[in-house]
Ligand binder design. Structure first.
Ligand code: CU
Length: 284
């Protein structure tokens, strides 16, 4: 009986670990996930590292304080310590409990500010794209690549293809090259939205009448999912972000195909990006 339960628990844990591993590779959340998504950009790698540092400090402080409390409760219990000390000052301890927290905060602040500036200061970019939030979908523009422009809209539950995650898949993915520094301009045309992709360590407000910018340098091919992360109305939860990261060669092919399709299409027709099964497709 007990072995049964143990076996079940191990199997369950293995399933969770498998799901975590798959999710880590897949650029999307998985059931029972407790860790952050695997990093696909240097910024996200630093965020994960910083998270580990902070977690170690938090656990160490918590264990230390818990240990002190347990010791005090035991050692200075009324039966063991019937006559309490009347000490009210101890210079050494007072300096220590001021200086040690300050040192810890400095230890946290240094990598924290480094990371903040790494995210905020955009390195010389190889290309630029623009993301525009609407109620309730995103439009993408590629000003460096012949003004390719398309809308990216949620795939409803009854139209999901195998492999497409619910509430995250879009009808047209953003296609971006890997190993390329990409500046992303983010704005909105109605209300506040936010463009966020966890695997990139990116979350930035899309503000009407204003352009915010962020950068990514994607290190692995794959599809990375995100969501609008600013409450923007009743369908806020239904305007996902899907980024298909491909090799530079494949990206050039995609650009050429989009431009050819644009040239062939009647003026005013919008051109679609890659379809979710990995082939390129056009939609009217
Ligand atoms: Cu939104």
């Amino acid at each position: 009986m007990a072995f049964y339960k143990l076996g079940g628990a191990i199997k369950g844990m293995a399933l969770v670990l498998m799901a975590l591993a798959l999710g880590a590779a897949g650029g999307q959340p998985v059931p029972w996930q407790i860790d952050m998504q695997a990093a696909a950009t240097p910024v996200m790698a630093d965020i994960r590292e910083f998270n580990v540092l902070i977690s170690i400090i938090i656990v160490a402080i918590t264990v230390f304080v818990l240990g002190l409390l347990a010791y005090v409760a035991y050692r200075f219990d009324e039966s063991r310590n019937p006559v309490p000390s009347r000490t009210s000052h101890n210079t050494v301890i007072e300096i220590a409990w001021t200086v040690v927290p300050i040192l810890l905060l400095v230890l946290i602040a240094v990598p924290s500010f480094k990371l903040l500036y790494k995210q905020d200061v955009i390195p010389p970019a190889d290309m630029t794209i623009k993301a525009i939030g609407h109620q309730w979908y995103w439009t993408y523009e590629y000003p460096d690549h012949g003004d390719i422009e398309f809308d990216s809209i949620l795939v409803p539950d009854d139209e999901l293809q195998p492999g497409q995650p619910r509430l995250l898949a879009t009808d047209t993915d953003i296609v971006l090259p890997i190993d390329t520094t990409i500046r992303i301009l983010v704005t909105a045309d109605d209300v506040l939205h936010a463009w966020a992709v966890p695997a990139f360590g990116v979350k930035i407000d899309a503000v009407p009448g204003r352009i915010n910018e962020i950068w990514v340098r994607i290190e692995r091919e794959g599809v990375y999912y995100g969501q609008c992360s600013e409450l923007c109305g009743v369908q806020h939860g239904y305007m996902p972000i899907a980024v298909r990261a491909v090799s530079k060669g494949d990206f050039d092919i995609w650009v050429a195909e989009q431009r050819a399709a644009m040239a062939a299409a009647p003026s005013g027709t919008r051109i679609a990006a890659a379809t979710a099964d990995g082939s390129w497709g056009n939609k009217q």
